[in-house]
Design a protein around this ligand. Structure first.
Ligand code: ADP
Ligand code: TYD
Length: 207
């Protein structure tokens, strides 16, 4: 299965991916975790360009093409081979991040972005996408607690993240693979709901 995790920055994706990995391994599954942007030698270099705070004058058109370039490499070098070998592939962000951030957040044409996805990922579409939804204010509070420096995109303002969140909710209304998960609860409760959704998707998968 190919499972992706989406949401605004600090929604708790990485935390849930780690817990799901532990759970799947306990069920004797083989698991690969990937992260976006990045995950291959080429994609990590593109990541550095994308998140570098020195690149303040990056145009949004450049941004969508770089995210998509990183993804195109990741899909062919890692995601497809892993899925063919029978791994559960868990991805911290995937193409919906581009629709939400560059489309609804920055204002690029969502239809144009869909065409770019066709080139970058083709038929490699996730089976399930968990959108971990938290209020922008909660994300902001978590951000204040972060000790490390923020990257170029994390530095954006609350209005930007409000548009991104609303964008995700619009995508969720269109895509059957989306599961909207209330991320403003304790970590264990969210984890249990995620596991239940995977069980419900394909009962034979986890037996
Ligand atoms: P993301 O990968 O989406 O940016 P993380 O999993 O790194 O998010 O979580 C961001 C911060 O919020 C971390 O400090 C983490 O410990 C905390 N966090 C994660 N899930 C929860 C939760 N359900 N409730 C409270 N804090 C959480
Ligand atoms: P990262 O540090 O991986 O953030 P997170 O841990 O929240 O996933 O940085 C990725 C940043 O890039 C994050 O702010 C979201 C943004 N992003 C886009 O704008 N478009 C995309 O297509 C992707 C994959 C990420």
């Amino acid at each position: 299965m190919f499972i992706t995790f989406e949401g605004i920055d600090f929604c708790g994706k990485s935390t849930q991916i780690k817990k799901l990995e532990e759970y799947l391994i306990s069920k004797h599954k083989i698991v690969k975790i990937i992260r976006e942007p990045g995950g291959t030698q080429i994609s990590e270099k593109v990541r550095d360009i994308l998140l570098d705070k020195k690149n303040v004058m990056m145009f949004m058109e450049t941004e969508i093409l770089l995210f998509s370039a990183s993804r195109a490499q990741l899909v062919r070098e890692k995601v497809r081979p892993f899925l063919n070998e029978g791994y559960f592939v868990l991805s911290d962000r995937f193409h919906d991040s581009s629709t939400a951030y560059q489309g609804y957040g920055r204002g690029l044409s969502v239809d144009a972005i869909k065409s770019i996805h066709k080139i970058a990922i083709g038929e490699t579409i996730p089976d399930i996408t968990f959108f971990i939804d938290i209020p922008v204010e909660v994300a902001h509070q978590r951000k204040q607690l972060k000790l490390a420096e923020l990257d170029r995109i994390e530095m954006a303002d609350k209005d930007f993240f409000t548009r991104v969140r609303e964008g995700y909710l619009l995508i969720a209304g269109e895509e059957k693979r989306f599961r909207v998960i209330n991320g403003n609860r304790d970590i264990e409760t969210i984890h249990k709901e995620i596991v239940k959704e995977i069980h419900d998707y394909d009962k034979t998968e986890l037996i």
